[in-house]
Design a protein around this ligand. Structure first.
Ligand SMILES: NC(=O)c1ccc[n+]([C@@H]2O[C@H](COP(=O)([O-])OP(=O)(O)OC[C@H]3O[C@@H](n4cnc5c(N)ncnc54)[C@H](OP(=O)(O)O)[C@@H]3O)[C@@H](O)[C@H]2O)c1
Length: 276
């Protein structure tokens, strides 16, 4: 049985009050898996989560991520253990907790000293600061290295009807799937959200045509497809209204045969980069 989690990357889009309302609505609705990262809104999302959860924290499964070091005008990738020490300490402090249920390394490439990062994560787990080790990655070659280490407890990767690449991964590690709503394309708003660039491997025109053929309610089918593949389905929301629509869609039964036919029709685009 797949679980619904809350992705918090965009909760501050309409201000701090709405962010707190999203978190409170999620908890009142029974969502337990709360996902964040130190870089979301440059530490602010973690701070708001820490201030909002209070006593509820102990009933929740709290995940965060590190490895992107904030700079004056953006961020830079930094998987060096001494930096990760500081990053994890900062996350724990802002989230007002002594431990994280899951801590992801927030990316990485084969050029990193991956084994040093993996050893660092194993030490945090031994020390009790984190309970599970995660990797958030879209690079098959990096995922393969981590999976082979035996240390990886959870893989976060994008997965949706419009991005089925992870179906080609050969790993047997619990998956937290982000992006099930394809940034809102797989909701009632559908193609009104389509920009000129298309989405992932889809060109604008072919995607507009595909979206017009999606079964209704599309959000329920999108989430059901993600449930079939992911252990945790992690949609994002920037308003309480969106979150409520997602919770409703997650609980809506769809016609499994219609979904079977949809999945048989939709392409599984291959990974084109960072394969070997
Ligand atoms: N590398 C990583 O580790 C990484 C990267 C990205 C995300 N994540 C995690 O995964 C979570 C989900 O990722 P995501 O935000 O890319 O995925 P998503 O669930 O596909 O997209 C969420 C967005 O879809 C729109 N949306 C949601 N419900 C809607 C509704 N009912 N009607 C219309 N639009 C709706 C909103 O966009 P608007 O805000 O534009 O309205 C919302 O911010 C994030 O919050 C974060 O926790 C991790």
């Amino acid at each position: 049985m797949s679980e619904l989690g809350l992705g918090t990357m965009t909760i501050l889009k309409h201000g701090e009050n709405e962010a707190r309302n999203i978190l409170e609505t999620a908890i009142q609705s029974g969502i337990r898996h709360i996902d964040t990262a130190d870089v979301y809104a440059r530490h602010e999302v973690e701070r708001v989560i820490g201030e909002t959860l209070g006593q509820e924290r102990k009933n929740l499964f709290l995940a965060s991520k590190g490895g992107n070091e904030l700079t004056e005008d953006g961020m830079r990738w930094n998987p060096i253990p001494s930096y990760l020490d500081a990053a994890l300490e900062g996350s724990l402090e802002r989230l007002q907790t002594d431990y994280l249920d899951l801590y992801y390394i927030h990316g990485g490439t084969l050029e990193d000293d991956l084994d040093a990062t993996i050893e660092w994560a194993k030490k945090q787990k031994r020390d009790g600061l984190i309970r599970r080790i995660g990797l958030s990655s879209i690079r098959p070659n990096v995922i393969k290295h981590w999976a082979a280490s035996g240390a990886l407890d959870v893989l976060m990767t994008p997965y949706s009807l419009l991005d089925r690449r992870p179906e080609t991964l050969d790993v047997s590690i619990p998956i937290v799937g982000r992006g099930a709503l394809a940034k809102g394309l797989l909701t009632d708003e559908g193609a009104t959200r389509l920009g000129d660039k298309g989405f992932e491997a889809w060109r604008k025109e072919e995607l507009a045509s595909e979206l017009s053929m999606m079964p209704e309610p599309v959000q329920a089918y999108a989430l059901e497809a993600a449930k079939r593949f992911c252990d945790v389905v992690l949609p994002g929301a920037s308003s309480v209204k969106q979150l409520n629509e997602t919770i409703h869609a997650f609980e809506t039964e769809v016609d499994e045969e219609v979904l079977d036919r949809l999945l048989a029709r939709l392409p599984i685009h291959p990974y084109t980069k960072h394969v070997t």
